[in-house]
Design a binder for this molecule. Structure first.
Ligand code: GLN
Ligand code: ZN
Length: 755
């Protein structure tokens, strides 16, 4: 009964890889020094895994930037603009990823996008119609040798051919990506043959696409692929994760692969189905410890659940994490300041491997003292958690009625009440919330966190920043102001820190892309808001002007998606608790005289399940969570929301159902194309389509903005339109922001004159 580690985080428990990469990029270290840090990390991680009882260490999970990019390099699928004179090397990878590297010519980086339904970003392979694949980069093979030289049995882990093609985009002439499959398979077969020659027994090929609902072409591609690769002399472990694959059961069970991995965390019901269909020469790897979350596994319950299959399969059962541990922080042992209640509930990557070994213990020697101890510990932990439940929150949720989700009156009534109250001009101008987080502001916050300045000094300096931000907006002539969010480090963390039931780690970093990591809040208990979170800042900002200043909040769905959420209640239930906490804040803001309140939901779309057939269920509860957060106010209070992503067609009905009085969206890069969805749907409420791209340092011209607003007005009645940038301005400088907003206001005035 082997323990299967599908992949380990590479960033390092103290983000060693991040710092080594950034040093190298700044030209302050050599490539050899960077590679030394990398190999030290691999050595450490392999050693931890082996110490936990993992027999075959994963190789290929390490990447200097992104594992999909390493694979593209291995396959020689690198865009011409990033190739240098010689062979593909590390700097080639950095040019693809960042547009630049210490050597070679700068060229625009490849596109980066989210990996399936995770918060990890991969570099999108760019494939041309005549794409050729051949082995062109040695990192995987070198690492196999490295592991073997250290005495480990190496199990290479690679993204499978079908998922690779699925994630790629085509460039140049349009063509069907699948036309490249047979070429690609030849290259994969060469890669596998190289591994075989190195003495590798097992290769893990990850096919997360299996969790999607694939059309017949893509299903055929799966069959063709694993048929073709079965001729190579290695055992293939086909790994699925991020969702169940029962919908492809017949297809998958018929594949000539030596082993199959299932994610039983997201889809426990798959176990019986696939175990029954397993051929006698195949192994089954069961992903029972969640690779995407930080909570300690219910080891005793897991052992119970897989007990029968374990007895049936014996050595043909492997026990694994649900997916690679890439999405999980590295090591709980370096957390020194955690609340003890919280610590007991946690397991980071290193600890999750130990959980696997405990599950094995329970299965192999259920009556041993050690096994009894493990079970007793799990039971006690569950009891403690149940006792810590917040009855008030639970009762409040239970008492909710449908009325709690609805505003007092319909939008048309609210709209006229609000027009009466605010008397905003045609095409009101506003911004999305944040203004430049200058080095001075960040420095201030870090001095405050270190205790170098007092709370009073910190507040007083931030008030100065806020005052300045309001003055600048007044001078620009913006109609609906914001306070600028100078006091916020991050739009989720700021709220997480103030909510009960939410905790923080010190080193719980997870790679987002390249050297960038995020440290998601930990929603470990019932969520509530002990006291107002934003009211003082909102009141202060509003006291400086007669123009309306928007209250600014992060919505429940976004807080949920950007956190590690508990698993003992549904996501839907957590969203409801978060919604009530935000609702309390919305009501307090209203009572403090803040008449316009924005509830940001930039991550709304991210929660969409991989299977389209499950979308509606998600949308129903996500929309409800938003509505619950917003509906506690009177008709006069104007609720805004904001979303910045590039696809509304398939979710427009849900967006409309949210019933925000105003939605601001990112549209400038799509040149208002995104508004088509709103036009076709006859979206009834008000919309602020972004009129300039905040990701660019360039100043948009008055003409360009006029043109975009005119385009918008062709799609949406002008009375419904607002004028604003695409998103918040925190990453820009004032030198960039002021001229851009001035042109935005000038363009609006020009149009008001004309219309
Ligand atoms: N109010 C936030 C800001 O302006 C919104 C950020 C976002 O959409 N990601 O920074
Ligand atoms: Zn945004």
């Amino acid at each position: 009964m082997q323990l299967n580690s599908l992949g380990f985080p590479r960033i390092g428990r103290r983000r060693e890889l991040k710092f080594a990469l950034e040093k190298y990029w700044r030209g302050e270290s050599t490539q050899a020094e960077l590679c030394e840090v990398a190999s030290e990390l691999r050595r450490t991680h392999w050693q931890w895994q082996t110490a936990a009882g993992v027999e075959q260490v994963p190789v290929g999970d390490f990447a200097f930037y992104d594992q999909v990019l390493t694979l593209s390099a291995t396959l020689n699928a690198i865009p011409d603009r990033h190739r240098g004179e010689g062979a593909i090397d590390l700097d080639t990878l950095f040019r693809v990823a960042r547009g630049r590297a210490p050597t070679g010519q700068d060229a625009p980086a490849s596109e980066m996008t989210k990996y399936f339904n995770t918060n990890y970003h991969y570099l999108v392979p760019e494939l041309t119609q005549n794409q050729e694949f051949s082995i062109a980069y040695e990192q995987f093979f070198d690492e196999v040798s490295e592991a073997q030289a250290l005495g480990y049995k190496a199990k290479p882990v690679l993204l499978g051919p079908v998922s690779y093609l699925h994630l790629a985009k085509t460039v140049g002439q349009e063509f069907n990506k699948l036309s490249l499959l047979s070429n690609l398979l030849t290259a994969y077969a060469d890669i596998l043959a190289r591994f075989a020659a190195q003495g590798v027994e097992w290769v893990q090929l990850d096919e997360p696409v299996l969790a999607l609902e694939l059309d017949t072409q893509w299903q055929a591609a799966i069959a063709e692929t694993y048929q073709a690769l079965s001729t190579v002399n290695v055992k293939v472990l086909l790994a699925s994760y991020y969702g169940g694959i029962v919908h492809h059961q017949a297809l998958v069970s018929a594949l000539p692969v030596a082993g199959l991995h299932l994610d039983l965390v997201t889809a426990p019901e798959q176990l019986a189905v696939f175990a029954n269909a397993l051929r006698s020469e195949q192994i089954l790897s069961v992903g029972v410890v969640n690779g995407r979350n930080v909570w300690a596994a219910e080891i005793d319950l897991i052992a119970e659940r897989i007990g029968a299959v374990a007895r049936d399969l014996g050595d043909r059962l492997w026990i694994g994490t649900s997916c690679s541990l890439l999405h999980c922080p590295v090591d709980l042992d370096v957390e020194v300041k955690l609340l003890p209640v919280l610590r007991k509930q946690l397991a980071f990557a290193k600890q999750k491997l130990l959980e696997l070994s405990k599950i094995r213990q329970l299965l192999l020697a259920p009556n041993s003292d050690e096994a009894q101890k493990i079970s007793a510990f799990c039971i006690a932990r569950r009891q403690a958690k149940a006792q810590a439940a917040d009855k008030q929150v639970i009762e409040r949720v239970a008492a909710l009625t449908t009325a709690d989700y609805e505003r007092v009156s319909d939008f048309s009534v609210r709209q006229s009440v609000q027009q009466q109250k605010y008397r905003l001009p045609l095409l009101p101008t506003t911004t999305i919330g944040s203004f430049p987080q200058t080095p001075a502001i960040r420095g201030l916050r870090s001095r405050w966190r270190k205790g170098e300045i007092s709370d009073a000094q910190y507040t007083e300096q931030l008030q100065q920043v806020t005052r300045d931000t309001i003055e600048r907006q007044l001078k620009l002539g913006i109609d609906v102001l914001v306070h600028g969010e100078a006091e916020r480090n991050d739009m989720v963390e700021y709220f997480g820190e103030q909510l009960a039931g939410v905790g923080f780690s010190k080193n719980g970093w997870v790679q987002s892309y390249g050297s960038r990591c995020v440290k998601p809040p930990l929603i470990y208990g019932d969520v509530s808001r002990p006291k107002a979170m934003t009211v003082e800042w909102a009141e202060f900002a509003q006291s400086l002007t007669d123009k309306p200043v928007k209250g600014m909040l992060t919505g429940p769905v976004t807080i949920l998606h950007w956190s590690f959420a508990r698993e003992d209640i549904s996501r839907d239930a957590i969203a409801t608790q978060l919604a009530l906490a935000i609702r309390d804040e919305v009501v307090d803001l209203q009572n403090a005289g803040i008449g316009i309140i924005q509830i940001d939901e930039p991550a709304f779309r991210e929660g969409l399940p991989l299977k389209q057939s499950e979308w509606q269920t998600y949308l129903d509860w996500a929309v409800n969570a938003f509505k619950l957060s917003a509906a506690g106010v009177t008709d006069e209070t104007q609720i805004h929301t904001h979303m910045c992503y590039s696809e509304f067609n398939d979710t427009i009905a849900a967006i409309a159902a949210m019933d925000a009085d105003v939605i601001t969206i990112e549209t400038s890069r799509s040149r208002m194309e995104l508004l088509n969805a709103f036009e076709d749907f006859e979206y009834p409420n008000e919309i602020g389509p972004g009129v300039y791209d905040i990701h660019s340092p360039n100043t948009p011209s008055v003409e360009a903005i006029v043109h975009l607003i005119e385009k918008a007005a062709q799609k949406v009645p002008v009375r419904q339109l607002w004028v604003n940038p695409d998103c918040g301005l925190k990453t820009r400088t004032w030198d960039e922001v002021e001229p851009a907003l001035k042109n935005m206001v000038d363009a609006t005035r020009e149009l008001r004159r004309r219309l």
